[in-house]
Design a protein around this ligand. Structure first.
Ligand code: SF4
Length: 422
């Protein structure tokens, strides 16, 4: 159970945007004993004390009727779990708090619509072994764990996570063996669940085995722990990861409220270890579906040296209709960033095609007219400008024959095992 004095309970009034130098609620918590500080900063303590019930959450926030009904009526459909750290970011008085909306189910989650799917991305039809999802020609997902540091109400992999069916050693071995005997795999995205829940020693062993496979060029992690349990990103983990470069991390901030001193420091520890960190946000109705909220998130990420990478349209996963944003609204929101902020701050707006077709950009077109002679384009301010086309049309690169002489052709579009599926 939670300790008597939980840092972060002093969050009354935490709903407003913090001033840049303001301490996070956990840090500002008065009278914290040394023992509590040590516990609070211990990632294993955070995970052991995840809150899963209405009674536990009610110690942090005043639960609304909708949240109470959601916890009673829909939590059996998908597990609830929140670290004390992440709960400390919640506005105790307003259930519109973006942290609460991501972590605490509402009654609407029990309303499953006909078009909603348990496996909206069609991953299960691309699993040659239980721990591998192989949808794209040159890269795979390696599913190493089935637990998370939070159970996000919008999760598209809710059928696989929750801690009920962890991958066995034999299944992990089979996944590594699949990668080893499939030479076209250049990139492995280690995911789950949250892979950084594994001990540093186990991750080191896993990376060592992957690095022994010559055709694996890049390794990525998909993790939400920098957001929900930033104390996991410790020096030992960073030192281990840097031994296996090139390693990349993609994390999942959805609101500027999540960018605390601690989560920013966690990301910067990774960056300082030479690990590029990207962010994959999900557009969520009422959570971040305003231009102001998205701009604050993307700018905050850049200040923290995290590159906004994707902004996902919500997937058609069971019980999430209330969190999805109409596509035309998504495009309007994206246009509220494009051009108005540095391009580095503007993520790609994509949807994952239901059934396993992969990511599809849904950015609005800025082309008004397109002929062989000219383009008419609309600028971010709405002006229409002409761009003359070049006269010469042959774009062959003559030096390719020299530079790539003796190398096999590199066109995954033809003949790959996955090409005929879509
Ligand atoms: S951390 Fe990722 S895998 Fe886990 S519940 Fe959230 S979205 Fe799903």
């Amino acid at each position: 159970m939670l300790s008597r004095h939980v840092p972060g309970l002093a969050v009354l009034g935490a709903g407003r945007a913090p001033a840049p130098a303001e301490k996070t609620p956990a840090e500002a918590s008065p009278g914290r004993a040394d023992m509590d500080t040590a516990q609070w900063l211990n990632w294993r303590w955070q995970l052991r004390h995840m809150m899963t019930t209405a009674d536990e959450l009610a110690r942090f926030v005043h639960l609304s009727d909708d949240e109470r009904a959601g916890l009673a009526g829909s939590s059996h459909l998908f597990r609830v779990g929140v670290t004390p750290y992440y709960a400390s970011l919640m506005d105790p008085d307003r259930d519109s708090c973006p942290v609460r909306m991501q972590a605490i189910p509402r009654m609407a989650e029990a309303e499953v619509r006909a078009e909603e799917l348990a496996d909206p991305l069609g991953e299960d039809s691309h699993r040659p072994v239980p721990t591998i999802v192989h949808k794209y020609p040159d890269r795979v997902l390696l599913l190493v764990v089935d637990r998370c540091g939070i159970y996000c109400r919008h999760c598209n992999r809710r059928r696989l996570v929750g801690g009920d069916d962890p991958p066995t050693h034999a299944e992990l071995d089979a996944g590594l063996e699949y990668i080893r005997r499939t030479p076209r795999i250049r990139d492995v995205l280690i995911s789950g669940g949250d892979p950084l829940l594994l001990s540093t020693a186990r991750l080191d062993e896993l990376l060592t085995r992957l690095r022994a496979i010559a055709h694996v060029e890049t390794i990525r992690f998909g993790t939400r722990l920098p957001v929900v349990c930033p104390m996991r990103i410790d020096d030992e983990l960073c030192a281990m990861l840097r031994r296996h470069h090139p390693v990349f991390v993609n994390t999942h901030f959805n609101h500027a409220k999540e960018l605390t001193e601690q989560s920013s420091a966690a990301c910067q520890r990774l960056v300082d270890a030479g690990i590029p960190v990207g962010n994959q946000a999900v557009l969520l109705r009422g959570v971040n579906s305003s231009v102001r909220s998205l701009r604050a998130l993307m700018r905050g990420l850049l200040r923290t040296r995290v590159r906004p990478y994707y902004l996902f349209q919500g997937d058609t996963v069971l019980g999430t209709d209330h969190l999805r944003v109409p596509v035309e609204t998504a495009m309007e929101l994206w246009q509220g960033m494009r051009g108005w902020m540095t391009g580095m701050a503007v993520p790609q707006l994509v949807l994952d095609a239901p059934g396993g077709g992969g990511k599809v950009p849904i950015m609005p077109s800025y082309i008004v007219e397109h002929t062989a002679e000219r383009l008419l384009v609309r600028t971010y301010r709405g002006a229409v400008v002409e761009y003359p086309q070049p006269r010469l049309r042959d774009c062959t690169v003559p030096y390719d024959d020299v530079y790539f002489a003796g190398h096999p052709a590199d066109d995954d579009r033809e003949g790959s095992a996955e090409a005929g599926l879509f």
